[in-house]
Ligand binder design. Structure first.
Ligand code: PFF
Length: 466
């Protein structure tokens, strides 16, 4: 074990960095659409309950394993005396690697939109679907080409991540989040004031504050479950890495509560920005989720509101900060693995990793429209299918790697390392872990069953986490 490892410089720095990892594109462009589908207030209640009952205990688990093992996500299991569980870490590293390949490219598209809004918003306004697909290499005349602009911005986005990571845990990641997270909250508040004061937004607000239980089905619960995992950055062992930089006197349970509260608050605020905003401008039936929604429908929403150019630029800047702080955590957990397990130097491994991530991520951007490369998939509803390679990359992480890594962590802690060790780790700061009894039941029984359900459902009905 390396006793000279980096540590967070301050409690608030750690909390903001972990919240920065959690608050990402998922909160802003996935959560509002899911909340709309799940009946507004009813989805919000289910989501918050899932965060409290499953999300928080899993985050406590990952942070405790990380702090106790004091190492990267693969070596941590060996340090805790269970080398046979290193596979959980390998799944985590590989999953984080694949997610980063595409997350960083989407971050590049967001960066492109920040500039586009600031410099030539009328070009987007002229035809927002055409602008978006043109950026991805599919042109209005039916031709396709390599999306050089999107690729160049992805390279710039990855370089930004690399610069922060090379500066180190407290000197780079912590510093960036200390500035980025408050900035993100300020942007959220400004956008919230804008959309809830639009004429016609009251209907959207009402929708989110009423409980339409008729829209709640079993798949709503699975959707909330998947969203909570993805949103809290659970299941990629990111929190194991971030926990490994945490000093012993820090109260893991209290910090987890704050991180989960921040992440959920951002998701709910995003819901209260987007749902009323779309109701007031485009109409309720235009609410969706994901990249197409964020780059096309939301661009149309900003177009239809007073001051839309300013608020649009602010919105994509908000997305940029959210994407950066999450992507940094993903890259850091791979860098920690490369430096500690492979013995590579931090600066060199960050640079090389960024180059490789960019190169593989090019497949993600290029297979959106420009290159017809396919993956292969099998699920109970659709049988064997050949999804676009970009979708295949997301299926691999959302449907297989995140649930398997999360399940591996639960089994490891619940049945092998034992929940008592987590309780000991939480109490190492001198405070009592008040919900230790409930935690043990959750981690041994409830969490593994819920994760298994996600895993099975993704192969039977093709639901997806993110
Ligand atoms: N939590 C991030 C989001 O909501 O967009 C995404 C993410 C980051 C997932 C890091 C997993 C992860 F390890």
């Amino acid at each position: 074990m390396d006793n000279n490892r980096s540590q967070w410089g301050s409690r608030i720095g750690f909390i903001l960095a972990a919240a920065g990892s959690a608050v990402g594109l998922g909160n802003i462009w996935k959560f509002p659409g899911r909340a709309y589908e799940g009946g507004g207030g009813s989805f919000l209640i289910i989501y918050v309950l899932i965060v409290i009952i499953l999300g928080a205990p899993l985050m406590i688990t990952e942070l405790s394993v990380g702090r106790a093992g004091k190492s990267n996500i693969v070596s941590t299991f060996k340090n805790l005396g269970h080398k046979e569980f290193s596979w959980v870490g390998w799944v985590g590293v590989l999953g984080a690697f694949i997610i980063t390949c595409y997350y960083s490219h989407v971050g590049g598209w967001v960066l492109r939109y920040v500039f586009a809004y600031a410099l030539h918003a009328p070009e987007i306004y002229a035809d927002s679907p055409a602008y978006f697909y043109d950026m991805l290499g599919a042109h209005a005349d039916g031709t396709t080409s390599i999306p050089w602009v999107a690729l160049a911005f992805a390279a710039a986005f990855i370089a930004l991540n690399g610069i922060v990571i090379i500066k180190g845990v407290s000197g780079g990641i912590e510093k960036f989040n200390k500035f980025g997270m408050p900035a993100l909250f300020i942007m959220l508040i400004i956008l919230l004031i804008r959309t809830v004061t639009l004429p016609g937004s009251a209907e959207g607000l009402k929708y989110l504050l009423t409980f339409d239980w008729s829209k709640v089905t079993f798949s709503t619960i699975l959707s909330a479950l998947g969203q909570a995992f993805y949103s809290l950055s659970i299941g990629m062992a990111i929190m194991i890495t971030y926990g490994s930089y945490l000093p012993k006197n820090e109260n893991i349970a209290k910090n987890t509560a704050l991180i989960c509260a921040m992440d959920t608050l951002v998701a709910i605020l995003a819901g209260f920005i987007i749902v009323p905003g779309v109701f007031a401008t485009l109409g309720a039936d235009q609410i969706g989720k994901g990249g197409g929604f964020a780059f096309v429908s939301l661009a149309q929403m900003f177009q239809s509101m007073p001051g839309g150019r300013f608020f649009g630029a602010l919105f994509y800047l908000l997305l940029l900060f959210a994407a950066l702080t999450s992507c940094i955590s993903l890259i850091e957990s791979i860098v920690a693995f490369l430096t500690e397990k492979m013995g590579l130097e931090r600066k060199k491994s960050t640079i090389w990793l960024c180059v490789v991530l960019f190169a593989i991520g090019c497949l993600y951007t290029c297979t959106q429209a420009a290159i017809p490369m396919k993956g292969i998939w099998l699920d109970g509803t659709n049988g064997v299918t050949f999804p676009a390679f970009c979708d295949f990359m997301e299926y691999m992480t959302d449907r297989i790697m995140i649930p398997i890594c999360a399940l591996g962590c639960c089994i490891f802690v619940g049945w092998v390392w034992k929940p008592e060790q987590v309780v000991k780790e939480v109490e190492a700061c001198g405070d009592k872990f008040r919900i230790a009894g409930i935690y043990k039941i959750l981690i041994k029984f409830i969490a593994p069953v819920a994760i298994l359900m996600i895993l099975i459902m993704s192969f039977t009905s093709g639901i997806t986490l993110s």
